[in-house]
Design a protein around this ligand. Structure first.
Ligand SMILES: [Zn+2]
Ligand SMILES: [Zn+2]
Length: 290
């Protein structure tokens, strides 16, 4: 959150203070509280205070009411000494945390609601502008978020949730608004807590489809090898690829296809898609598609 002037910051700070005072019981308290490192952003100086910890929910809430921070963070990791410098904290384990942010999505509404300002002249400009036309000074970007941005981020978060639950079988998953432009997904199943960096990277590679070899799925080259090609009922990436391909074909939407492949051919296969759709006609397994 950025403020135009100090007075605005002071006003919002007062509201935050009131919120923490009146709603302290609603504040979310993570599991294994004493083993987490906390940090917060101050309102006025906008600096990050780190290496804090709290022994009880009450201690945490007292601090929130007293400081009413701009943002407050806690580690996904557990430490023996959460207040110690980083290399002396004594890592005990860590949840698996994902951050889905609308910033990374190409939502078309961004052009409408993001803008730039010149703080000196208090003038607003479109995002493309580089300098203030009155004073020639540099501009500051103001990013906004609308329901469409959040819906987009939520759709991505739900895709991730499906992989975490369906493919990987995790059960203790918490999903929450990240406080900015998206959502956090936190996996805290016992099995993930002590995974190494390399093991965590393997999970990310699986989720992002990194290293997925289409030839191994019978899809490389010009001919599909039907006997080993993915089926819509297959688990994991195989089924996901089959279902998504079928959906793309049924939609016969060249724009969408081009967006995904960035290949101009997308515009020339519309007719083939329509022919295939006719051939399938009544045999479309709608139940398997979402
Ligand atoms: Zn200016
Ligand atoms: Zn938007």
């Amino acid at each position: 959150m950025s403020f135009i002037g100090e007075e605005d910051a002071r006003f919002v700070h007062k509201l935050f203070k009131r919120y923490y005072f009146e709603s302290r019981e609603e504040v979310y308290v993570p599991e294994r509280l004493p083993e987490r490192e906390f940090g917060y952003f101050t309102f006025m100086e906008k600096i990050m205070i780190r290496h804090m910890s709290f022994n009880s929910p009450r201690e945490l809430k007292d601090a929130l009411v007293e400081k009413a921070p701009l943002h407050v963070y806690h580690s996904a990791a557990f430490y023996r000494y959460p207040r110690a410098p980083m290399d002396q904290k004594g890592w005990l384990g860590s949840e698996l945390a994902f951050d889905i942010d609308a910033d990374h999505l190409k939502t078309p509404c961004r052009k409408k609601h993001d803008f730039k300002i010149c703080r000196t002249c208090m003038l607003a400009y479109p995002v493309e502008a580089e300098k203030c036309s009155r004073c020639g000074g540099s501009l500051e970007k103001v990013e906004w978020v609308c329901d469409k941005c959040l819906e987009g981020a939520k759709a991505e978060a739900l895709k991730l949730l499906e992989i975490l639950e369906g493919d990987l079988g995790f059960e203790k998953i918490r999903m929450a608004f990240s406080g900015n432009r998206g959502y956090h997904l936190i996996v805290s199943d016992e099995q993930v807590l002590e995974l190494s960096q390399q093991e965590r990277k393997e999970i990310i590679d699986y989720i992002t489809g990194t290293g997925l070899d289409l030839r191994m799925l019978g899809l490389g080259g010009r001919r599909v090898r039907a006997e080993i090609a993915p089926d819509i009922a297959d688990p994991g990436w195989r089924g996901r690829i089959a279902r998504s391909s079928l959906q793309l074909m049924l939609a016969a939407d060249p724009e969408r296809l081009y967006e995904l492949t960035e290949d101009k051919k997308a515009y020339s296969i519309k007719e083939e898609f329509e022919k295939a759709r006719e051939l399938l006609s009544d045999n479309v397994p709608w139940g398997a598609l979402k």
